[in-house]
Write a protein that binds this ligand. Structure first.
Ligand code: NAP
Length: 470
């Protein structure tokens, strides 16, 4: 894929970049390694000040940065501004919380025959981040803020269609005060990832993206014995039970499906509705979906902008056509618009069957699949019936049912009577083919830490020594 900015609202190529040479990449890795040693001599408070400075820059530059994102990948300007604000908040959160997240954690010294025993969290070195285009700033920030605070350095290989956002991030951290090389953007295609991750100076990798890319990184990392965190796709269920507030559920379902023009890993994608309320919910939901305004993402009145790439739009339409050809019904949308830009209408499809792609695949656009179920058990079976397990939603006012959903939904998160979203305070990640490891919260910061056990004794061997000492 060429490295270029192409405006999805017009299809116009605005800027192209030559990929970096192997020599340039090697020099960047060297700088990241040197910066890691330099960060070793800094305090948490110092790094926190740099992160606060990054937050201040983000806030001051919010509108122009948002415009850049909208131009590169088509999200609405309003959503882009909110994304910048969220990134600033994450920087502030980690700057404030890192001292307690990285503090030595005392263990029960008596139980381990020590004078003192504790866990120390230490950075591991340069980490490669392979990132997607759908939240060009946020996806990177949720790795970068905790990683830099912990004292790691970052090498960003961003998606090839958001090079300007990628370069902005490198510039942001440099201007905020982090040492040269602490955060570097590598303008390279995905074919360069193997070589970069094989470099002994690169200690780990995090990838947010598709299953295909995840498998590829995991293979390389396995060969090189390096730690990875993988945040992959999802086809989140949104279950509606008879006790739910249907108006609110339909309103939130519409936002949950169409946020970011339908291109979010944690967008609700499969709407699983109890038969007692199916028709009422379907009508309310379809009316809302059909009523969304599709158009120029820079217009304040636009709800849904274009999809990020023409290839992505073709794929979404092919999934809808596959379902229709096999007998599904379209309740709204489903037609490819003519004209410039990669627009796709909010679409609701029902009467889905297991042989249709939409039954089990992720649909990365504003297209909802509507499933009718007749019991709690069937709802769980359909909800857990894909190989994904990222987010999940259930709508019920019955406390017993809420408890059951929290346990039975096989996903990295369960949001009850609300929309799945990410917060710096809460761990984020998936199970099954949605990946492994966690971002955000203290857990996200510790994914790229050496969790070091420190045991201080009097010099004698413990009673277990010799018998079992590994
Ligand atoms: P993608 O093709 O996997 O691209 C993501 C990143 O991986 C890009 O930087 C891409 O580089 C790189 N890449 C692609 N193939 C690779 C390979 N074989 N080896 C190494 N790197 C490779 O993903 P996408 O289709 O653009 O993005 C959408 C996917 O990301 C969806 O499945 C979505 O659900 C998932 N996603 C997950 C989360 C989460 O947190 N779980 C969040 C957002 C998105 P190039 O651009 O140069 O190809």
């Amino acid at each position: 894929m060429s490295i270029a900015t192409t405006n999805p609202a017009t299809g116009q190529v605005l800027k192209t970049y030559d990929p970096m040479s192997d020599e340039q990449v090697d020099a960047a890795i060297e700088r990241a390694d040197l910066a890691f040693r330099q960060l070793h001599g800094t305090t948490i408070a110092e790094r926190g000040r740099w992160l606060i400075a990054a937050a201040e820059l983000l806030e001051a530059e919010r509108d122009e940065t948002a415009r850049l994102m909208t131009t590169e990948m088509g999200k609405t300007y309003a959503a882009a501004r909110a994304e910048v604000t969220k990134c600033a908040a994450a920087c502030r959160f980690y700057a404030a919380k890192a001292p307690e997240m990285l503090a030595d954690e005392p263990a029960d010294a008596g139980a381990v025959k020590a004078k003192r025993a504790y866990v120390r969290y230490q950075p591991i070195g340069p980490v490669l981040a392979v990132m997607p285009w759908n939240f060009p700033l946020w996806q990177v920030m949720r790795f970068a803020a905790p990683a830099l605070m912990a004292g790691n350095t970052g090498l960003l290989k961003h998606a090839s269609n958001v090079p300007q956002a990628a370069l902005y991030l490198e510039d942001l951290f440099r201007r905020a005060g982090f040492p040269e090389g602490a955060f570097t953007t590598l303008l390279v295609g995905s074919e360069a990832v193997d070589r970069i991750l094989s470099d002994p100076r690169v200690r780990a990798a995090t990838l947010t993206g598709s299953e295909v890319a995840g498998r590829s990184i995991a293979r390389i990392a396995g060969r090189e014995l390096k730690k990875t965190v993988l945040e992959l796709g999802g086809s989140d269920p949104f279950v509606v039970m008879p006790s739910a507030d249907l108006d609110r559920a339909a309103e939130v379902a519409t936002t949950a499906r169409c946020q970011n023009n339908g291109q979010s890993c944690i967008a609700a994608k499969r709407f699983i509705v109890h038969t007692d309320v199916f028709d009422a919910f379907a009508e309310k939901f379809t009316t809302r979906m059909a009523g969304l305004t599709v158009g120029d993402p820079m217009d304040e009145g636009t709800d849904v902008g274009p999809l990020a790439t023409d290839r992505g739009r073709d794929e979404v339409h092919a999934q809808v056509r596959d379902a229709v050809d096999k007998g599904a019904r379209v309740l709204c949308g489903g037609e490819l618009p003519s004209g410039d830009g990669w627009y796709y209408p909010p679409t609701v499809v029902t009467d889905l069957r297991p042989e249709m792609r939409m039954w089990s695949e992720e649909v990365f656009g504003p297209v909802a699949g509507l499933f009718r179920v007749s019991s709690y058990e069937e709802a769980i079976e359909v909800a857990n019936g894909t190989h994904f397990g990222l987010g999940s939603n259930a709508w019920t006012t019955d406390p017993a049912e809420q408890e059951r959903f929290a346990t039975d939904l096989d996903a990295g998160n369960v949001f009850l009577n609300g929309m799945t979203t990410s917060y710096p305070q809460l761990p984020f990640g998936g199970v099954r083919n949605s990946g492994y490891g966690r971002e955000l919260s203290a857990l996200g910061m510790r994914e790229f830490c050496n969790i070091k056990t420190v045991w201080l004794g009097e010099g004698e061997a413990g009673p277990g020594a010799g018998a079992h000492s590994e």
